[in-house]
Design a binder for this molecule. Structure first.
Ligand code: C5P
Length: 220
C-alpha cells in the first residue's frame, strides 16, 4: 500500500518542527516529531537514575524499547505523567542529543517511528528521517537557517514561555548540539542525497510551508 511520507530534517531550532506540523495540518497528514522520542528516552533515563553514557547503552536501549510513551493530541505522556513541557527544556534537549548518539538506542526507537506511517500520509521531522528511517520517501527537505537566526528564534520562543536566557548562551548550546549530531558515528545529521535544501533564515514560517507544499504538489 502506498503511504506517502514527507521528511523534514535539519539542525536544532531551524524551524523544522513548526514547518513540519503546519505542512501536516495543511495536507491532513499524520505528524511525527522524532526528536520527542529521544527527549522522552533521556527524561525516562534521568528519572530511572540511568546515567546517559556509552557504558549504560544496553540499559538505555532496553528503556527506549519499552517506553510507556503515548502521543495524544498535542500532548506526550510517559506512563501517567504529562511530559509535554518537561521534555522541551534546553537540558532535556542536550540530554536527548547525548542519548541519541547511542546506536542501540536509535535502533530501539525505529519501530515506534515507523508506526507513525499511516494513511493518508506522514510528515516526519527529525535528523535522519530521509537518510535512515524513511529512505524511500518521495520528498525530503533539509530545512536550515543560520546559527544567529536560530539562536534568536529560540530566544524569542523561550521569552514567550517566561524562560530567561541569553542569545550568546543559546547559540553556543545549539552549535554544540549541531556538532554532536553532525559528527556522531550513527545516523549523523546531514542532508539526504536527494534532499531539497531550504534555508529559511530570511523566510517567514508561512513562506517556508508554502515552499514545501509547492515542492510536494510538483511531485504529484
Ligand atoms: O529535534 P529535537 O531538538 O527535539 O531533537 C532533540 C535531539 O534528539 C537532537 O539534538 C538530536 O540529537 C536527537 N535526534 C536525533 N534524531 C532524530 C531526531 C532527534 O538524533 N531523528
Amino acid at each position: 500500500e502506498h503511504i506517502p511520507v514527507i521528511c523534514i530534517d535539519g539542525p536544532t531550532a531551524s524551524g523544522k518542527g513548526t514547518v513540519a506540523a503546519a505542512v501536516a495540518q495543511r495536507l491532513g497528514y499524520h505528524f511525527l516529531d522524532s526528536g520527542s522520542m529521544y527527549r522522552t528516552t533521556a527524561l525516562a533515563a534521568m528519572r530511572a537514575g540511568i546515567p546517559i553514557d556509552a557504558q549504560h547503552e544496553p540499559e538505555l536501549a532496553a528503556l527506549a524499547r519499552t517506553l510507556p510513551v503515548r502521543f495524544a493530541g498535542g500532548s506526550i505522556w510517559l506512563g501517567a505523567d504529562d511530559i509535554t513541557d518537561a521534555i522541551r527544556t534546553e537540558e532535556a534537549g542536550m540530554n536527548a542529543s547525548r542519548v541519541s548518539t547511542l546506536a542501540q538506542v536509535r535502533e530501539a526507537l525505529v519501530a515506534l517511528q515507523l508506526s507513525f506511517r499511516r494513511l493518508p500520509g506522514l510528515v516526519a521531522d527529525g535528523r535522519d528521517m530521509g537518510t535512515v528511517i524513511f529512505p524511500q520517501a518521495p520528498l525530503k527537505v533539509y530545512l536550515t537557517a543560520s546559527a544567529a537566526v536560530r539562536a534568536e528564534r529560540r530566544h524569542k520562543q523561550l521569552i514567550s514561555k517566561g524562560i530567561s536566557s541569553t542569545i550568546a548562551d543559546l547559540r553556543a548550546d545549539l552549535e554544540a548540539r549541531d556538532a554532536r549530531d553532525a559528527n556522531r558515528a550513527v545516523a549523523p545529521l546531514r542532508p539526504a542525497e536527494d534532499a531539497l535544501v531550504l534555508d529559511n533564515s530570511l523566510l517567514t514560517i508561512d513562506e517556508a510551508v508554502a515552499q514545501v507544499i509547492a515542492w510536494w504538489q510538483a511531485r504529484q
